[in-house]
Design a protein around this ligand. Sequence first.
Ligand code: SF4
Length: 178
Amino acid sequence: MNYLLIPKELRPIAEKVEANQRISDADGLTLYRSNDLNALGIIANVVRERKNGNYASYIHNRYINYSNICVLSCQFCAFAAKKRDAHAFEYASDEIIRAVAEALPLGITEVHMVGGLHPTLKKDWYLDLLRGLRALDPDLHIKAFTAIEVRHLARRIFHMPPGSFPLLSSRKPRCSRT
Ligand code: SF4
């Protein structure tokens, strides 16, 4: 490991990682709070190479934003739109299913699908979409909806009380675009 690129406060942790020692909870917090992505990457790569050698893996997927319409207006977000905006879009569920069907022969194993917090899409839109995707291929990995979308759907469509999702309610869920 090139210690010249590791700041002083991370060096003891880097040394532990290089010596294959377990890091403490406090070390984990120190890493979590660090903004030095180069140093974090160097340290993480020691573990990655130890586990996987010089191999890297990836998933061949079809990424779909089903809509950018969102009830929120997070300051940093360049994705979301209001329905009245010229760049607002939403796809019909059969358009999305068709796009995934076209990608399957190319070898995808996953569809990754996220959108804004849509104000009006109906329950059946989501259920038709998910059933249609599952019918395409029972082995397709459907990776869909961020934590904040799940919370939004739970409240708006399924009318679930706020305490129904302890993991999502214990702290504010964040959009994956953050
Ligand atoms: S919830 Fe997500 S999509 Fe909506 S405004 Fe915030 S970051 Fe953008």
